[in-house]
Ligand binder design. Structure first.
Ligand code: PRP
Ligand code: URA
Length: 214
């Protein structure tokens, strides 16, 4: 079981912009991207490399490449705000969008569809789930169940990693209990959920702040 809460100062600063109710969607998108870049660096520290040689202008030395293939799974809508930061570090990653939304009454996620292949190929070593908010943990668990059914963790050295911006203790506990094999990387752990299932103090509705509809 592993839960990593970033200690990076850039994360704290970017998160303060995201929390601020007066932050415009334009700035919200930019700060989410900046924060996601730091999380991308932290969450990809698990990846392994293979070594080859590289010729510098002066000598031959070791050169490194990622040894496996990765997949990025942004959870619609809000997860799409983290995608380009991750693609910046993993430009050859596959991208499997997954669509779900929380039912406002039950707070349970409703699955709308995904581009995850029916059977995940053997060359995929890591699936990164990208979703800014880990609130009750229902959406993260549903995404993981879907990926596991498609074989994401079958075989040795294949794993799913969850990356989020903000977590609530309730959601992190649920996720760690249901899927102790899935490392979690988040930007901060907040205090609790309110009676509507929102993270407190939080940043509000991440999807609406990224992509306002009215
Ligand atoms: C938000 C968020 C997560 C989910 C987290 O999405 O992006 O996917 O809620 O809540 P949970 O941990 O309680 O499941 P939402 O369903 O509101 O959809 P949106 O991204 O379209 O706003
Ligand atoms: N989804 C959000 O967008 N925000 C929350 O605080 C909880 C779930």
């Amino acid at each position: 079981m592993s839960l990593t809460v970033s200690k990076h100062p850039i994360v704290r600063i970017a998160l303060s912009h995201l929390r601020n109710k007066d932050t415009t969607p334009e700035v919200f998108r930019r700060e989410l991207h900046r924060l996601s870049q730091v999380l991308a660096v932290e969450a990809t520290s698990y990846l392994t490399t293979s070594v080859d040689t590289v010729q510098t202008p002066l000598a031959e030395t070791d050169g490194y490449e990622l040894s496996g293939q990765q997949a990025l799974i942004p959870i619609m809508r809000a997860g799409s705000g983290m995608l380009s930061a991750f693609l910046g570090f993993l430009p050859n990653a596959y991208v499997w969008h997954m669509s779900m939304s929380r039912n406002e009454k039950t707070l349970e996620p409703e699955f709308h569809g995904s581009k995850v292949p029916a059977k995940i190929a053997w060359n995929i070593d890591t699936c990164f789930i990208l979703d800014p908010m880990l609130a009750t943990g229902g959406s993260a668990c549903l995404a993981i169940e879907h990926l596991k059914r498609a074989g994401a963790t079958d075989g040795l050295a294949r794993r799913i990693i969850f990356v989020g911006i903000l977590g609530a203790p309730e959601g992190a506990e649920r996720l760690m209990k249901a899927h102790p094999d899935v490392p979690i990387f988040i930007g901060a752990m907040d205090d609790r959920l309110n009676e509507h299932g929102y993270i407190m103090p939080g940043l509000g509705d991440a999807g609406d702040r990224l992509f306002p509809t009215v």
